[in-house]
Design a protein around this ligand. Structure first.
Ligand code: IYR
Length: 328
C-alpha cells in the first residue's frame, strides 16, 4: 500500500485530495493531529481516529494528540480540575491502545491556549466570524439547543489550534468537518494557511444500526468493558446479512454496525481475521481483507452469529491492553 492509500484508506472525506497527495509525497517532517475533549474513558469513537493516527504514523507522519482540556471546559464537561485528571488517564490509554509512543506528542490545550498571542489571534477570529457561522460549526458537536458564548468561541479555538500546533493535517470524525471548513475560511484572515483535513466515518449505533454510536446514548464499546460486556453487546448488535440494510419503517437510514466495526476497527489492525466454527458447521473461515468477509456475510457462507463471535474476540484483543491499564 503506498503512502497516499494508507493515509486515505477508510476516510469518509479528505479536504482536499490534491493537498493530501502533496503531503504523501513529502518525505519528512509532516505532522498530523487529532484533538479530543478528555472524557470518562476511551471508547470506540476515540479508537476510530486513533486507528487513523496509527495509519498516518506508518505513512511517515509524526502525530500530535491534543488533550483539549480548555475545549472540554468550554463545552461544559466539568470542572477544570476533573478534566485535567481525566486527560492524564487518557494519555496512558492511547498508548496502551497502540499509538507509537516514540512518535506521538501529547499536548494539553491549556499549555498554549492561554498565551497572550493565542488570545489576541482568537479575538481577531471572533471579529471575522458571525455567531450564526460559529453556531453552525458546532451543530454536530454539542447537543444542547441553546449555544452558550463559550461554545461559539470553541470552534474558533479549534481552528487556531492548527497553526499553533504547527500541524499539516487535522484529523477528526465527520462531526468535526464544519469546524475544519470554518478554519479554512477564517484562518487566511489572520495570514495563516487554510488547513488540510481528513474525516473518519461515523459508525451507527451497535444495537440498532441507526444514527451514530455515541457514549451518551445507545450501545457503545469502551475500554472499561470486560470480555463479557463486549460479548453481550456484540451478541445483541443489529446484524442483518447485508452491508446495505433497508431503512426503518419511518424512513431512517440504517447501517450494519457489525460490518462497520470489522471494516474500521478490526481489519486496519489485524492482517488476518479468523472466524472460528466447529468442524460440523464447515470449520474455521479466514479473511485477509474486509471485502471478503462482507461478501461471505451477504452470500450466507458466514452466519451473522459467527461474525459476531469473531467480532467480540477481536474487539477484546484491541481493548484488553487499555483495560489492564485502567485496572492499575
Ligand atoms: N472538537 C473535538 C475536540 C477538539 C478537537 C480538535 I482537532 C481541537 O483542536 C480542539 C478540540 C471534540 O468534539 O471532541
Amino acid at each position: 500500500m503506498d503512502a497516499y492509500e494508507r493515509i486515505t484508506r477508510n476516510a469518509a472525506e479528505v479536504v482536499t485530495e490534491e493537498e493530501i497527495e502533496a503531503l504523501a509525497d513529502d518525505p519528512d517532517g509532516k505532522r498530523a493531529y487529532v484533538g479530543y475533549e478528555p472524557s470518562g474513558v476511551l471508547h470506540i469513537g476515540h479508537m476510530l481516529t486513533a486507528n487513523k493516527l496509527i495509519d498516518l504514523q506508518q505513512a511517515g507522519f509524526e502525530v500530535t494528540v491534543l488533550l483539549a482540556d480548555v475545549h472540554a471546559y468550554l463545552n461544559d464537561k466539568g470542572s477544570f480540575e476533573e478534566i485535567r485528571h481525566t486527560a492524564e488517564r487518557m494519555r496512558d490509554q492511547f498508548i496502551a491502545y497502540g499509538l507509537d509512543e516514540s512518535n506521538t506528542q501529547f499536548v494539553l490545550g491549556s499549555d498554549f491556549q492561554l498565551d497572550d498571542d493565542y488570545t489576541l489571534d482568537l479575538h481577531s477570529l471572533e471579529l471575522e466570524t458571525t455567531l450564526a457561522r460559529a453556531e453552525r460549526a458546532m451543530s454536530e458537536i454539542t447537543s444542547g439547543d441553546s449555544v452558550k458564548v463559550s461554545q461559539a468561541v470553541y470552534p474558533l479555538m479549534q481552528a487556531l489550534d492548527i497553526p499553533y500546533l504547527g500541524v499539516d493535517l487535522a484529523v477528526g470524525g465527520m462531526e468535526q468537518r464544519k469546524v475544519h471548513m470554518l478554519a479554512r475560511d477564517v484562518l487566511p484572515s489572520i495570514d495563516r494557511e487554510p488547513p488540510t483535513s481528513l474525516h473518519t466515518p461515523l459508525i451507527a449505533d451497535l444495537g440498532t444500526g441507526r444514527g451514530k454510536m455515541s457514549s451518551s446514548e445507545g450501545v457503545t464499546i469502551s475500554m472499561e468493558d470486560s470480555r463479557d460486556d463486549i460479548e453481550s453487546k456484540v451478541n445483541g448488535a443489529y446484524c442483518p446479512p447485508t452491508a446495505d440494510p433497508e431503512p426503518t419503517d419511518d424512513g431512517e437510514a440504517r447501517e450494519n454496525p457489525v460490518l462497520q466495526v470489522f471494516e474500521y476497527h478490526v481489519f486496519p489492525r489485524f492482517d488476518t481475521v479468523v472466524v472460528e466454527r466447529p468442524a460440523e458447521y464447515g470449520g474455521d473461515l479466514e479473511y485477509d481483507a474486509y471485502d471478503a468477509l462482507e461478501a461471505e456475510l451477504e452470500s450466507g457462507e458466514l452466519h451473522p452469529a459467527d461474525a459476531k463471535g469473531a467480532l467480540a474476540e477481536y474487539l477484546d484483543r484491541l481493548i484488553a491492553p487499555g483495560r489492564e491499564q485502567l485496572a492499575e
